[in-house]
Design a protein around this ligand. Sequence first.
Ligand code: ADP
Length: 501
Amino acid sequence: MTKYILALDQGTTSSRAILFDKNGGIASIQNQEFRQIFPQPGWVEHDPNEIWLSQLTVAKMAMAAIGATHSDIAAIGITNQRETTIVWNKDTGMPIYNAIVWQDRRTADIIDNLKNEGLDKLFKQKTGLVLDAYFSGTKLKWILDHVPGSRAQAKMGKLAFGTVDSWIIWNLTNRRNHVTDESNASRTLLFNIHSGDWDEELLSILDIPHELLPGIVPSSGIIGEASSGLFGARIPIAGVIGDQQAATFGNLCINPGMVKNTYGTGCFLLMNTGAHALESKNNLLTTIGWNFANSGHNNRQYCLEGSVFIGGAVTQWVRDGLKFIDDANEIEHLATSVPDNGGVFLVPAFAGLGAPYWDQYARGAMLGITRGTTKAHIARAALESIAFQVADIVKAMENDANQRLTSLRVDGGACKNNFLMQFQADILDTVVERPKLLELTALGAAYLAGIAVNFWNGIDELESVWQLERKFEPHMHNSEREELLEKWYDAVSRCHSWAKE
Ligand code: ADP
């Protein structure tokens, strides 16, 4: 009898491996950080071999820590930092350039050219994405433009492109499988999210040879086997999914209209829109959530996605910039030492504003300061600003989907802040549900793998595994909420275009 699903959670700063038991509990967990490489301002790279080695190491350590062997493991599920781009040589297995990380801005000028040619609409319609250097397509183009001879080699079928999931699978399968799933493919600017295939027109615009692209596999289904040389015997690989979609599935936002928010450094909101790829009228992204191998052809789930640049990072600023607290956990105590924000509103547009405003020239502001303003009011305004920004995205989602949010499920480091969660419920006038287990990214990948190998008998069984830790009910009067939101919008409007010359 197998006892565990092994989830590999390959993140931006660390690789993590978790063994989940049948109850969705963590039987073993290991984590290892790896190097962040900053060759120039705005450039961010990883060494693909460090990514792979750290991931393999933590997987072996997680098993060894509880004496688990291959025969205890039903399947492997993989989740990964999205958009990060790797190109390697199929014969040698070696990368031809470092991984270009999602945060890397070096291809901003390629994006500007595409925009100047008026191609935004075409990309948006086919890929669901806005033209931005964030996604893989222009990063891949950059590598082919800058590594001598690489485009010709790619045309001869000698090279492989992949996001981090592909790279991990290629190595796990001892170079047998060169594949990616639709959730990862939908972040490349190269994938048609309606047809579920690479798009020849977009490939030709970016001058990318089809030959180096990975095959497309389902997010849930046996797609290969980890080679016996790694774990003593073969283990099926049965789940592959990008990190934000994984957290959405991990939080069981499986029905249309369900929304999750991850409160990390930034915030990532995803709304399940079911089988329908909704094109946003409010500057949100349309992306593929996941699909299953075993449930017919029309099982692809789509999501709307919006992100806040400065989420939990505002707490870091209160700690490291303002030095009001020594530890992030202290912010709640400070913020609740006053009965309200004392009229203070903080707009943390430190790096511009993301969805739904999209103003890269906006900068932060604090308004409503009086002689009575204290550290506590500012800390409170900082936490409230996270909830206001999330509410702005929820409103955009509700408008796009023409549907009211019924509840918000949460995860990420800052969601343990009870004040923030209550204020979020109040300002959204919606229930906020915090699950017991907060490793939802890894859990989402484990769920998808576990369903594929019948470790769990479908989604119904998962519903009984997902456990609520605390529900935050909205208590605020409508008039108070409206007054606060009005002030917030007013404050945001004053930040626009501030840094524009
Ligand atoms: P990431 O995965 O983006 O590194 P995490 O999910 O680990 O982020 O969350 C860490 C973020 O949450 C940090 O920005 C931190 O400042 C913030 N944070 C952590 N604890 C709290 C807290 N109790 N209240 C508010 N913010 C917090």
